[in-house]
Structure formats: structure tokens, C-alpha cells
Design a protein around this ligand. Sequence first.
Ligand code: C5P
Length: 224
Amino acid sequence: FQPKVLAGRKVLITAGPTFEPIDPVRGITNHSSGKMGFALARAAQEAGAEVTLVAGPVHLPTPRGVRRIDVMTAQQMHDVVLPAAAQHEVFIATAAVADWRPATQSDQKIKKEGKKVAPTFALTENPDILAAVAALPGAPYCVGFAAESEQLLTHARAKLQRKRIPLIIGNLGPATFGRDENSLLVVDADSHHALPADGSQADKLTLARILMQELSQRLSNRTA
Ligand code: C5P
């Protein structure tokens, strides 16, 4: 049984990778499984929230009672999230959004035959969805995720400031992609703590449920 600490709150979550097409059969993506974002969506729904989950291409069932919108590219995710954000009190960005996409997309499959040299691709930057939501007037309470291979706390703090968000969750690792367990570092402007507290591993749903309790406390402190 989960206490309904988010009853009546509207929560928007991004999850999974994005897929940036090169041509009709190829693209750039990453190893994000979407498991952490889907666990958070389930935990938020269990906690009584009305949840919208914007998911990149993943192979996961939709948590019960959650509204899901599927997208492929970072631009599509941005275009769904931005207009929806103002109607939500919380935005949790777990998606591993591709930082760059091919500058142009070929309508036809790029053929190998007849090419003497390998093709090269110019890349262009994708929008930073989390930073864009945080910059909205009346922005929801924004939570970011950080996957760093070193100096997690330093990078997480820098990310808080750069994206102007109140809370960031770092993956303490080992590499979390696709795994059912994780170890997190919860970082705000002036404090941080590990989840689980002893730095051990816990399954993503357990972590998501604890995060919802913390989130509800932070929301009530904000409005108090
Ligand atoms: O800047 P970096 O990618 O390290 O930041 C990670 C955080 O920002 C994650 O919460 C991720 O979901 C979000 N993000 C985003 N749009 C991007 C890049 C990252 O929402 N284009």
C-alpha cells in the first residue's frame, strides 16, 4: 500500500531514449531502457497523481492508470512536453535525450553501392527539453536526472544551475542502463543524500516510491 501523498497533483514524466533518423532505416539512439521513468510514472500514479508519460521508443508496458504519449525524436518529445508542461505541477525528466541529430534526413535509404568513400553526417543540436520547461513562466517543479561517469556531485550541482532546476537525481552506478536496480544521489542547491542511504542498490520501483515521498515533502515546503 502506498500513501496517496501526491493526490490531486499532475505529474509529467519523460522516459526512454530518443531516436534520431539518418534515413528511413537508420538512426542515432542510446541504451536507455526507460525503466526508471516508467517506475516513477507507476509510483506517482500509486501516490495518487494524475500522470502523463512521454516515452521514446522502449519495450515496456504502460503502468496502470497512466496516460502515455509515444514519440521518436527529441524534437517530437519537446513539441509534446512544452505545451503540456504548464498544466502540470511537477516535471520529471528521465529521458536520455539525444544531444544531437543528423542535420538533414535522407528520404531514401542511403545506398552503399557506388560509394568510394564512407558518407559523413553533419549534426545539429537538439533542444534541451528540461531547460526549456524550467524557463517557462509558471514552470512546474522540475526534477532532472544525471548520468555521469565521474565527479557526480560536482556535475549534478553544475547542471542544477545551468538548467535552473531545484532538484537533480544522479545515478551512482554502476552503469544503470537496462538494469532493474539502481543507486541514486539526490542533489539540491545546498544538500545531497544517497538513496538507499548506505549507497547500496535497490530496485527502481522501490527507489521511485521513496522519491515520490520526498517529492511530496518538497512540494509542500515550496507552497508552505
Ligand atoms: O545536460 P544533460 O543531458 O546531462 O542533462 C540530463 C537531464 O536533462 C536529464 O534530466 C534529461 O532528461 C534532460 N535533458 C532534456 N533534454 C535534452 C537533454 C537532456 O530534457 N536535450
